[in-house]
Design a protein around this ligand. Structure first.
Ligand code: 13P
Length: 250
């Protein structure tokens, strides 16, 4: 049985004092969950969040990293730097980064490899636009993104990659994919992984759904056969609401 992994993506929100307060409020609310709880926070919150989350079951992740280890890349942060402060997870290839910061399937792949080389666990985002969906290209787009993201990884690394299926039209719009739709897309991704890396690798990969997840729809989504939890944006900014998502009961 795959476990459920619920990750918050704060995006460009939350000051350090707010992050500390949030984690102090969240920790007792989620302490008994069997689900994995991750908060992916802005770089400036990482250190404070890690300190505050010590001795809790909340894991901390970053939202991006550079694929090079160090060098003349002004403004960038490397996987080595994240690992040095004990960050565990890193989101890679979020659609906002693909859309606004020229992230490509190739840089996504490089970043995933770099993440593994420093012992970070990548949460890799894939998802189709509304136009692609309306042209019936969803399966083609998301399986291609998945394939290109994972090129050259070992089976062990693929097993340890978290994939977040986030249809772009559902992000921040209040429009959620139906649970059947999301489950079908995630099955397409899993089948693609099975074709390339084998059925038992595919059975182990955690594949989340993201896009307007909230406490009122979490249970319906997360109890589907192939949806292994969620990557939560807006609803991860309020501790109580996020705790209800984490604590959904199947
Ligand atoms: P929302 O939950 O705000 O739709 O954002 C989803 C997302 O992009 C998480 O990475």
């Amino acid at each position: 049985m795959r476990k459920k992994v619920i990750a918050g993506n704060w995006k460009m929100n939350m000051l350090p004092n707010e992050a500390i307060q949030f984690i102090e409020e969240l920790a007792p609310l989620v302490k008994d969950t069997e689900n994995e709880v991750i908060l992916c926070v802005p770089y400036t919150d990482l250190f404070y969040s890690l300190l505050t989350a010590q001795n809790t079951n909340i894991k901390i992740g970053a939202q991006n990293m550079h694929f090079e280890e160090s060098g003349a890349y002004t403004g960038e942060v490397s996987g080595k730097m994240l690992k040095a402060i004990n960050v565990e997870y890193v989101i890679i290839g979020h659609s906002e980064r693909r859309q606004y910061f020229n992230e490509t399937d190739e840089t996504v792949n490089k970043k995933i490899k770099a993440a593994f080389s420093y012992g970070l666990k990548p949460i890799v985002c894939v998802g189709e636009t509304l136009e692609e969906r309306e042209a019936n290209k969803t399966a083609e787009i998301i399986t291609k993104q998945t394939e290109l993201a994972l090129v050259g990884l070992t089976e062990e690394q693929v097993k340890n990659t978290i994939i977040a299926y986030e249809p772009i039209w559902a992000i921040g719009t209040g429009k959620t994919a139906t649970s059947e739709d999301a489950n079908n897309s995630i099955k397409e991704i899993r089948n693609k992984i099975a074709k390339i890396y084998g059925q038992n690798v595919a059975e182990e990969v955690i594949i989340q759904y993201g896009g307007s997840v909230k406490s009122s729809n979490a249970k319906e989504l997360f109890t589907m056969s192939d949806i292994d939890g969620g990557l939560v944006g807006g609803a991860s900014l309020k501790a109580e609401e996020f705790s209800k998502i984490v604590n959904f009961k199947g």
